[in-house]
Design a binder for this molecule. Structure first.
Ligand code: HAM
Length: 413
């Protein structure tokens, strides 16, 4: 069929079978977050553009190339949020959540927008589940959110996730590391891809993140060798606690993450089952962001998981059987069946029937296709006797049953 208007490239329709999987995953997220003491926050879909420039970072791919930015009728520059952390931090400050206690633990399930080249697992509108733990500088807080993610993976039956982790250090240790890296990259520059040549000037750390040049840069300086005493202590303790928690991780010295606010540990949850877009989620510590947005110096850590990718890893369950299907013959029976169906539904019983006036055979075929456990046949005779024929679709056995919702519920559920 030639549909007149089609969906925007990079967006998608999530149809009922998949949407029910999404609801299940979202339910488990809420359950796990409750256990871990995270409260839900919902933030606006769009923000002032300057918020992302100041936080995500001017030289990041997101801000440079991917934002959906537009001017509204009042001439303001607005942006559909490409990630959740800036909005959550803004909301934390604007609503003075810091007054409610030393630690603030928030989670969100929100749509995000990035104008990237669409491919499997990469969309222009996608959903993130994120957590932000604000107010603690302890490495145990980083371990806490990583552990939360692994508890979730286990709850939804997603296996074989590897945690890749690195520490890029605070802004103090970043300087010497950046200098050493630039020195090293200078000799490699002619071999690097055009993007990396540009990054070398503006944001040399991002060169390490380039998939194309990864192999060539294996012997690059490692950020963990440039950590200040505080960052080194933090990093060592985090690693040791992750070991104790038996969380499988791999130290990846090339992991720097594409957002500017990180200080200290950064990490990604990676799956081998996703193809090129293998990062299910990512995050890290951002101890300077809140102060840079006008708040008191406040340490924080967080991550976001892409739900589009996570749901791809969840095994589809077989659809639950519909307990009852009502098959009707004639207009009078159709209405009687309909009224009975509504009574049963109000009692919480899943019931279906055909309301398109199809033949008995077609109705049975549909009930069979939809995997109904029982079929109740109602015709004129049955109405007169107030008794319908109930057929067990598995055994084929038939019995008479009074057309009474209580009795039917008891029999089929
Ligand atoms: P991010 O690594 O940019 O981090 O995104 C996190 C996750 O969102 C990715 O690992 C991926 O699963 C998903 N994602 C990103 N872009 C797309 C896309 N175009 N299509 C589908 N899924 C996508 C952040 O956004 C940080 N705010 C995470 C964070 C929270 N750091 C600290 N707190």
């Amino acid at each position: 069929m030639d549909v007149k208007v089609k969906k925007i490239r990079g967006t998608r329709d999530i149809l009922p079978e998949e949407a029910s999987l999404w609801s299940e995953v979202e339910g488990k997220i809420r359950e796990v977050c409750r256990v871990y003491g995270f409260g839900e926050i919902r933030v606006p879909t769009f923000e002032e553009t300057s918020l992302f420039i100041k936080t995500t970072g001017e030289t990041t791919d997101i801000v440079e190339k991917q934002m959906y930015t537009f001017e509204d009728k009042g001439g303001r520059s607005l942006t559909l949020k490409p990630e959740g952390t800036p909005s959550v931090v803004r909301a934390y400050l604007e609503n003075a959540l810091f007054q409610r206690g030393k630690k603030t633990k928030l989670f969100y399930i929100e749509r995000m927008f990035r104008q990237e080249r669409p491919q499997k697992g990469r969309y222009r509108e996608f959903t993130q589940f994120g957590v932000e733990l604000i107010g603690s500088k302890s490495p145990l807080s980083d371990a806490e959110i990583i552990s939360l993610a692994f508890t979730l993976f286990e709850k939804i039956g997603v296996k074989d996730i590897t945690l890749r982790i690195n520490s890029i250090g605070c802004f103090r240790c970043r300087g010497p590391f950046r200098d050493a890296l630039k020195e090293y990259l200078k000799s490699k520059l002619p071999e690097l891809c055009p993007d990396c040549k540009r990054r070398f000037e503006r944001n040399p750390l991002r060169v390490l993140d380039c998939k194309e040049d990864k192999e060539k840069l294996k012997d690059a300086p490692r950020s963990t060798d440039y950590l200040c005493d505080n960052c080194k202590k933090h990093w060592k303790r985090l690693i040791s606690v992750l070991e104790k928690l038996k969380i499988p991780f791999l130290v990846d010295h090339m992991l720097v993450r594409g957002l500017d606010y990180y200080t200290g540990p950064v990490f990604e949850f990676v799956s081998g089952k996703l193809g090129a877009q293998d990062a299910v989620g990512g995050g890290g510590r951002y101890d300077e962001l809140i102060e840079s947005m006008g708040g008191e110096p406040t340490p924080a850590t967080g991550f976001a998981i892409g739900l589009d990718r996570l749901v791809m890893l969840v095994e589809k369950k077989k659809e639950e059987r519909i307990p009852l299907w009502i098959v009707n013959i004639g207009e009078e029976a159709e209405e009687a069946g309909f009224l009975l169906m509504e009574k049963l539904r109000r009692m919480g019983v899943r019931v279906e029937m055909d309301l398109t006036g199809r033949s008995l055979k077609a109705q049975f075929r549909e009930a069979d296709k939809r995997n109904a456990k029982y079929v109740l046949v109602i015709g004129e005779d049955e109405i007169r006797k107030n008794k319908g024929k109930l057929k067990d679709m598995e055994t084929g056995k038939e019995e008479e049953i009074e057309l009474d919702e209580e009795k039917i519920k008891e029999r089929v559920c």
